[in-house]
Ligand binder design. Sequence first.
Ligand SMILES: [Zn+2]
Length: 585
Amino acid sequence: MAATIAIKNGHVFDPLNEINGDIMDIYIKDGKVVPELSDAEMKDAKVVDATGKTVMPGGVDSHTHIAGAKVNSGRLMRPEDSYKWNRPKTSITHGGTGETVPSVYLEGYEYAQMGYTTAFEAAVPPMEARHTHEEMHSIPMLDMGGYLVLGNNWFMMRYLKEGDIDKAAAYVAWMMRTHKTYGIKCVNPAGVENWGWGKNVESLDETNIHFEITPREIIEGLTEVNEMLGIPMPVHLHANNLGHPGCYETTKESLAIPSKVKPNQDMGVEWAETKFDPTKDKSIYLTHLQFNAFGGTSWRDFESSVKDVTDYVNSQDHVVIDSGSVPFGEATCMTGDGPSIHDIAVLTGGKWSNCDVELECGSGVCPFTYLKSNPVHSVQWAMGLESLLLIDDPWKTIMTTDNPNGGPFTKYPNVMTWLMSEAYRNETFSEVHKWANDRSTLGGVSRELSLYDIATITRATPAKTNGMAHRKGSLAVGADGDVTIYDIDPTKLDVTASYNDLITKFRYADYTIKGGEIAAHNGEIMSIPERRTYYSDIKVDANEEKKMLEDVKDWFRYYTLGFENYPTPEKYLVNPTPINVNMEK
Ligand SMILES: [Zn+2]
């Protein structure tokens, strides 16, 4: 049961309320932030003394891969991942293993001890939605949601090619409801379909096989449908040509496509009172900018072109990005972009798996080690930090590692510290290949992010981007009682001398409070709080839906399962929490 808590005298960083380190008390009752507690309530309240400490809303990860078929393939493919990394069971927790692809229990515990309370699985293939929800069901500590992979879906491509935007919208709405997912993911549009024939597409105007639709038409159509329906978050785009030298040009062109699409968020929720506008104001959310900003023409003249893309993002108001930072060491690449994973597997010569999810999408998995001695990996490290440091406005940036593609989420503390400390960046420059300095602009960047900026890019921006700011990413009255307390005294913080200390403090939050319950304290799991799964319950015109379903039912003869077995029932979800979308229909 959610407790009553008073967090006293902490330095509060709450960007959605423009609170920058002020000494304040935060009160939580019945799982929600309240303005104050009565004397009687204070008697029963748990009091946490946060004097000389940093208080932020609970962390929100808007892009991670921790549940579903490809994550499980990653676990199966690399038993070596489990040998060295394990966590023994306690009286209230399960044991677990795995560094880059931990077992489900471990994922929840490790996120919680870093101060995170919410995470979104960024790629749910429709036919694997049940499996994804089953894994999300087993991940403790976190509120979750998933993005449905639709960029190469046969019905989407058909309706968009026919120019039938209403039918496309009816299909998206039905699919979100059917699979209990939250937002739209678009991976290598048109290209993943071609991968079924061992091919890809190379430009935004190249048509794919059979459907004869271009990436540009898919991005245009999906972003239009997304805002037509008023889906909580913008389309989450993994652009074409990802991971190929020179791909930054395609990325820039892709971002320009929805520049005229007006953001529309039609959600039936009660908004917590925040000073800063918490509603969606972007029409595209680019994933892992680092992987989408490769410059040069080959691996020989490979260089960072992050600045080319960030100059564009700085000049526009419709784009938000996450970084896909690379903290070095072990990673497991996994993506719906089958051809890009094949290219990585050819480069590494190591293990590789590839899967085609029938008429809907595909995925690939490939273990990977980022080495400080490797010239390209060193540039990628610099690029992941450039992605966050070269964009002036932190309301346009979200810190991620595209877990576990750039590296595991457990290395977020290193990324946060590199962003805050030029001295730490300089130390790393001295250890890595000189290409990092020669072929990126990072060496010339003296910007050091503040704790307020960190709270923005790990809490406020992901919550606002995803339409979750009515509950998450802020400490406004009415928001969820999710709070992180770091043992960091902002008045004594010295990012030049003691950056190593900072990494440890971000890694093990002093307290992680979820829904008013103390979930973790100094790396130890203290309780297993209640969780929710969010999904978009989108209404559309009943006639339009009926017409669309006639097509879908007809094509189900080509699926390996029956139409009745296709939907994911609510019982697969923990505490299913639908968000009502497009209510006037
Ligand atoms: Zn991803």
